[in-house]
Design a protein around this ligand. Structure first.
Ligand code: PMP
Length: 447
């Protein structure tokens, strides 16, 4: 597969080789690393991407969900051109940020977003939310979950987790985790999480930080009773419940929290809400967020950032929130469900899923994976007879993963097979799609 790939993409191959002389790994985002080299993309229109080698692909990656609107959306383009004509980098407050803040709080208020502030990325939004929790509670510990991802500086693989260590001898990978007073608990494992929380020193927990559907680790929804327990625990202990909706905000009209009927103390946002520009936001309960008001007698908690209110992200965001309305949201999530149903059918038809799999897949509580090591649980029981492929999803957050020995090799083969057939996706099997993709495109993907 690699030889054919080299042959088909000589310009990307050369560009990668040259780039590796000045960037470690030849690019600047670990998530875009692909073997033997990633394609260089030169343009995007609607649902399609074109590579430097002149090949066109249907984009099922949707920029890891930030590209939800599709490429070169004319309404975003119009907003950006208008903004460009009036100049940028004013070093001043603008009307754009005020308008976007009104729209964001109106949309996400049901999950608890009374007040908001903007950042340049989801990573920064989470840093600010953690900082706010530490300042609000005067405590330091932040509870996070195995395999959680909250940005490039926060990665909580299973190997970090005490619970996982007791079951495996895997070497922990190297990750940068800032700040450092994290306590990791096993995602969706109520019993073990309770033990960890109860063993914390009194008045030490500042916050619990969680993705309601873990995105990067393979689209794993948190169990409703797990989230409810965490929400109640925060109240009991005086800690803040921070919900990272950077990836999940597109799943419900007021984010995914609303569909769960839960309210957070703080919420973080990012991705598509910037209309494709750099974007992040954190917000939540008015009394907590008021800490950031510089007019307060305490002078407020510091939140600076040269590009926090950059006019491109702000003006594109205003339009993005209009485009992705309730109707679009419904259609989009239905498309994800169509893909899941289609792939599931193929897995049954080809005998990859047996009746036995069908029985226990109905009540899978937990999928854990670290490199080639995938573990599946119903209740607290580990399932040993795994199907060779697992799909995990909520709407268009869909991930397909291989579980067999050499899962990495299977993923690589799958990735290259899809590319060879004109479909672009994340090398790890994530397919968040974009709004321009039709049901026919989904059917083609499935076939
Ligand atoms: N939180 C979650 C749940 C994410 O999926 C991501 C990005 N994949 C981030 C935070 C970080 O966002 P950014 O890449 O904009 O820093």
């Amino acid at each position: 597969a690699h030889a054919a790939y080299y042959f088909k993409n000589p310009i990307s191959a050369k560009a990668h080789e040259n780039a590796a002389a000045c960037m470690p790994g030849g690019n600047t985002r670990t998530s875009l690393h692909a073997e033997p080299f990633p394609l260089s993309i030169i343009s995007g229109t609607g649902k399609e991407l074109t590579s430097a080698d002149g090949h066109t692909y249907i984009d099922f990656l949707g920029e890891y969900s930030a590209g939800l609107l599709g490429h070169s959306n004319p309404r975003i383009e119009e907003a950006l051109s208008k903004t460009m004509k009036s100049g940028w980098n004013f070093g001043g407050a603008t009307l754009y940020e005020k308008k976007l803040a009104r729209k964001v709080t109106a949309r996400f208020s049901k999950g608890g977003m009374d007040l908001v502030r903007f950042t340049n990325s989801g990573t920064e939004a989470n840093m600010m939310a953690i900082g706010a929790a530490i300042a609000w509670t005067g405590r330091k510990k932040i509870l996070v979950f195995s395999s959680g991802y909250h940005g490039g500086t926060f990665i909580f693989t299973m190997a970090m987790c005490k619970w996982y260590h007791s079951k495996t001898s895997s070497t922990p990978p190297l990750n940068i985790n800032l700040p450092h007073e994290f306590v990791a608990a096993p995602f969706n494992n109520l019993k073990e999480t309770k033990i960890i929380i109860e063993s914390l020193p009194k008045d030490s927990l500042a916050a619990i930080l969680i993705e309601p559907v873990q995105g990067s680790s393979g689209c794993r929804p948190a169990l409703p009773e797990f989230l409810t327990y965490l929400r109640e625990t925060c109240e009991k202990l005086g800690a803040l419940f921070i919900v990272d909706e950077v990836m999940t905000s597109r799943l419900g009209p007021s984010g995914y929290l609303e569909t769960l009927g839960l309210r957070a103390d703080l919420i973080t946002l990012g991705k598509w809400i910037g209309g494709g520009m750099s974007f992040g936001a954190f917000g939540g309960r008015g009394d907590i967020m008021e800490m950031f008001d510089p007019a307060r007698s305490t002078k407020g908690l510091m939140h600076a950032g040269t590009f926090n209110n950059n006019v491109f992200s702000m003006s594109a965001g205003i339009v993005a929130l209009d485009i992705y309305n309730e109707q679009k949201l419904k259609e989009f999530n239905a498309r994800g469900d169509r893909m899941k149903a289609g792939i599931t059918k193929v897995l049954f038809d080809t005998g990859i899923y047996s009746q036995e799999h069908a029985e226990y897949l109905k009540d899978v509580r937990e999928i854990d994976s670290f490199e080639d090591d995938v573990r599946l649980y119903t209740g607290n029981d580990e399932i040993v007879n795994l199907p060779k492929v697992l799909i995990s999803s909520r709407g268009t957050m869909l991930n397909l993963r291989f579980t067999s020995p050499q899962a990495g090799a299977w993923h690589n083969l799958y990735y290259h097979y899809m590319l060879a057939n004109g479909m672009y996706l994340a090398s790890r099997g994530y397919t968040p799609m974009n709004l321009e993709i039709s049901d026919e495109d989904v059917d083609r993907f499935v076939s």
